[in-house]
Ligand binder design. Sequence first.
Ligand code: PMP
Length: 357
Amino acid sequence: MSTNRIYNFNAGPATLPLEALEEVRAGMMDFGGMSVLEISHRSKEYEAIQGETRSLVAELMGVPAGYQILFLTGGASLQFAMAPMNLMDKAADYAVTGYWSKKAVAEARLVGEVRTVFSSEEKKFANVPQPSEIKRSDGASYLHITTNNTIYGTQYQELPDPGAAPIVADMSSDILSYKIDVSRLGMIYAGAQKNIGPAGVTLVVIKDELVARKYRELPTMLKYSTHAENNSLFNTPPVFAIYVMRSVLRWIKAKGGVAAIEKTNIEKARILYDAIDASQIYKGYADKGSRSRMNVTFATPTSELADKFVAEAKARGMVGLKGHRALGGIRASIYNAFPIEGIKALVEFMKEFEKKA
Ligand code: PMP
């Protein structure tokens, strides 16, 4: 398996650590004559898998007492709806910083009043707010933010100040890529398929007092309290996705934890942004003060040149570099598991391509 790995710059599902994949391959058949795909979610074996995965989340993220760690399904997209259904009384504040924040707003509008307390839409989502730029409203049930904007390649450099209402953060594309103080946030959610595992499981870290909120009657599966009270085993959880997540989290731990991963992520992003800034043809999309370490977006003078870039890179074993259709250009998604060697290979290619262009 290791011999034919290529550099995968896809935005998600994305590169997973080879060590984690190999651990999954080696271990998945080994459950008393059954594979992990076949065992009961009520078995001791599965209990151990989910228990360790939860402990690793708590340890690596530094989740304090008074929070629940939940493994849900429906992707981050279901959280766009579940968060307002469970947590919004009459109104909530939203900072709108891209495509995914807008999707979150659209779902929240079905539940109550959405107050846009920051928007970078006029600037075509090239920036995110400084904490002081978010003007929180009175009586809002929470503030929703998208910490990393996967499509535009922007990322909060500093999380907003905790206010009277808790912060709900969509961290789908930067979870566990840098150290955060969880106690400053009321709820964090993330589809796993970028930084922490395969598609199919959504991680939710939520404060007990938010789990306890109840403003309306909701279907059982859509209540955080259902999943909290049943240890994420109210219904059959995505057993295999959680099994793979465990191996990815073990890998993060073996690398030295989130602090060590963060250091490498800083270095990886620096190499790539330096190459963009030194070039005559590549232009970074995000404002410099809002640049993402996870999704690096840049343009070439023409879209034809970007297409040529993407095709030639692919021929060299670097795939997934096409920018999202909403933005065009080039996007290099370089999550936790993306190797630094792949960044160096891309930068080499960028220089060669520029010489020919
Ligand atoms: N939020 C962000 C920031 C994302 O990048 C994505 C997916 N790319 C989503 C939400 C939606 O996630 P899912 O596909 O898991 O519903």
